[in-house]
Write a protein that binds this ligand. Sequence first.
Ligand code: CO
Length: 135
Amino acid sequence: MLLTRIDHVAIAVHDLEAAIDYHRRAFGAEVHHREVVDSDGVEEALLEVGGSFIQLTTPTRSDSPIAVFLEKRGEGLHHIGYRVDNCVDALASVVAAGGTAIDEQPRPGSRGTIVAFVHPKGSFGTLVELVEEPA
Ligand code: CO
């Protein structure tokens, strides 16, 4: 088994502050980590849930994939992050199984992680992010 846990569930939102405030009031959730990821054009807030995260994510520019998603689909579930021990191996296994890599090579993600996205087409309609923790 190459997956070691659900790393995060990512929700695309228009207003990050409003989404954080809602999760605080509804669940008592606090922000564990917050980061602007320039390469992806997003700002994200991670709320820890038993060693996994809810990742609230909002675009920082209009050509960001999250901006395009919000425009087309509105707010909601965007992707699921699967934690793996080795992103290169996991991505190769996905491709060997018939999945489609969006990232041909793993690349830096937030929190110093190494990540690779897998296309929803071929992955049962679900955008998946493979996430390797920093060593
Ligand atoms: Co993610």
